[in-house]
Design a protein around this ligand. Structure first.
Ligand code: GDP
Ligand code: CA
Length: 311
C-alpha cells in the first residue's frame, strides 16, 4: 500500500500528523506546497514546508498552528529598530531554519535535500517530497494590484478582495522525479483539508504534477477544508469565489474535478452528500474538525479505510 498526501500548511500538517502517527505511517509520503515561499531579510522562508516539519517533529506552536513552540522574537525586534519591515513574524528559533536553508541553497543544495536534512533534524518520520525544486510563487491580484502571497496573507490579513490567483513559475518549473514517481506508484492519493487554490492548487499548477495525478491509477480522495460551509481559518472562501466556485462541497469538488473518486465532508455538511454522490463521487460523512492528535489519527485512519473499501 502506497499513500500520497497532498498538503498545504496548517490543514495539511494536521492530516500529515494523522497519517504519521496512525495505522498507515510506514505507507505514506507527503507532497508539500512551496508556492508560499518568499525572501525576508535576505533569507528564504518556506512556510508550509516548515509547518509540516515542525508539526511532524513535535516542535510546532500548537496554539498558532505554525511557528516554533517556546519561541522568542529578539532578532525581529532588533530588525524593527533598524527600520526593517517586520510584519512577517519570524521567531529566533525559526530564523535558524531560514538561515540554514538559505546558506545551503546558495551552495547549490536542492530544496528537496534541504527539506530532508531539516526533517531529519526534527525527527520527522513521514517523507516530505517537494513538487519542484524550482522557485514557484503564488501571486494574488487585488483591487490595488498584485501582491505576493505573504503580503496578502500576513501583511494585509487576507482583507483585500481577490480578483485572481496566479502561480508564477509554474509553467517552467521542473517537476521533481521523486514526486512524479510517488504519484505514479500510489494506490491512494489523499488531498488534505487544505486551501484548494493556494495550497493544493499551487502544487497542481505544475502541469506534469497535475497530469501525474490524473494519470495515476490511485483512488483520489479529498477531505473538505470547509465545515458548515465555512473555512475553519484562512481565505479559501474568497479564493474559491474568485475562481467562480461556490464555498461548499460543490466548490471543492469543482476544484478537483477530473480526478476525484471520493470526498470526505463534515457531519455539518451532510445535506451535500446526495449532490456529490449524484456526480459519481463516493462520500464519507464524519466529523472533520481536528484539534488533538487523536482527532487527526482517527480521521486519517477512517479516510484510508474508506478509500481502500471503495477502491
Ligand atoms: P495554510 O497553508 O496554513 O493556509 O493551510 P492549508 O492550506 O493546509 O489549510 C487551510 C485550510 O485548512 C483552511 O481552508 C481551513 O478551513 C482548513 N482546516 C484547518 N483545520 C481544519 C480541520 O481541523 N478540519 C478541516 N476539515 N479543515 C481544516
Ligand atoms: Ca500556506
Amino acid at each position: 500500500l502506497n499513500i500520497t498526501l497532498l498538503a498545504g500548511g496548517v490543514g495539511g500538517a494536521k492530516a500529515a500528523e494523522g497519517l504519521a502517527f496512525g495505522r498507515y505511517a510506514q505507507r505514506a509520503k507527503v507532497i508539500g506546497n512551496v508556492a508560499d515561499d518568499d525572501e525576508f531579510h535576505g533569507l528564504w522562508v518556506s512556510p508550509d514546508i516548515d509547518t509540516l516539519i515542525y508539526s511532524l517533529g513535535g516542535q510546532i506552536d500548537r496554539q498558532q498552528g505554525w511557528g516554533r513552540k517556546g519561541e522568542s522574537h529578539q532578532t525581529l525586534k532588533e530588525l524593527a529598530a533598524l527600520g526593517q519591515d517586520t510584519w512577517m513574524t519570524l521567531g529566533d528559533l525559526d530564523l535558524a531554519t531560514h538561515i540554514y536553508r538559505t546558506q545551503l541553497r546558495k551552495q547549490g543544495v536542492s530544496m528537496s535535500e534541504i527539506t530532508q536534512r531539516l526533517a531529519t533534524r526534527h525527527g520527522v518520520n513521514l517523507p516530505i517530497l517537494l513538487p519542484t525544486d524550482d522557485t514557484l510563487q503564488t501571486r494574488v491580484k487585488t483591487p490595488s494590484g498584485w501582491l505576493s502571497f505573504q503580503e496578502f496573507f500576513v501583511r494585509e490579513h487576507c482583507q483585500p478582495d481577490v480578483i485572481e490567483v496566479a502561480y508564477q513559475g509554474a509553467d517552467h518549473a521542473t517537476p521533481n522525479a521523486a514526486a512524479l514517481a510517488q504519484l505514479s506508484t500510489s494506490d491512494l492519493i489523499v488531498i488534505a483539508p487544505s486551501n484548494p487554490v493556494v495550497s493544493i492548487g499551487a502544487i497542481l499548477s505544475i502541469p506534469d504534477i497535475r497530469q501525474a495525478v490524473i494519470d495515476s491509477d490511485a483512488y483520489v480522495v479529498a477531505i473538505s477544508p470547509l465545515i458548515g460551509g465555512k473555512t475553519v481559518k484562512g481565505p479559501a472562501d474568497k479564493m474559491l469565489l474568485s475562481e467562480g466556485k461556490s464555498v461548499d462541497s460543490k466548490g471543492i469538488y469543482d476544484s478537483y474535478q477530473g480526478f476525484l473518486d471520493g470526498m470526505v465532508i463534515d457531519l455539518q455538511d451532510a445535506q451535500e452528500a446526495d449532490w456529490l454522490q449524484a456526480q459519481g463521487v463516493d462520500v464519507l460523512v464524519t466529523p472533520t474538525l481536528m484539534k488533538e492528535r487523536d482527532d487527526k489519527v482517527n480521521l486519517l485512519d477512517q479516510v484510508v479505510a474508506f478509500a481502500l473499501d471503495k477502491q
